[in-house]
Design a protein around this ligand. Structure first.
Ligand code: ZN
Length: 89
């Protein structure tokens, strides 16, 4: 398997290096996958420095809240609430 196999295919990269999943966020609402904003420059063993830069190439940064919901879904949820009619009996 060559490195180019991983281009554009983050899931198979993660399947090959499951430890990198700790640097990955998945939105529980929409299923978006991205790397954590706090992803350090280098992760893993000293001889395996490609991990972090490969994650940056394959994934967008993705922040999720304490419920595992991404910012887009939080926004959508807030808009839904804002557009919802006041609770009327
Ligand atoms: Zn989402």
């Amino acid at each position: 398997m060559s490195w180019s196999t991983f281009l554009g295919d983050g899931e198979s990269y993660l399947a090959s290096f499951p430890k990198l999943n700790r640097w990955i966020n998945r939105c529980v609402a929409c299923g978006r996958v991205g790397h954590k904003p706090e992803l350090p420059e280098h992760v893993g063993q000293p001889h395996f420095n490609l991990g972090a830069s490969t994650l940056r190439r394959l994934f967008e940064p993705l922040e999720v809240d304490e419920n595992g919901v991404c910012d887009q879904c939080q926004l959508a949820n807030e808009r839904l609430k804002a557009n919802a009619p006041d609770q009327q009996a």
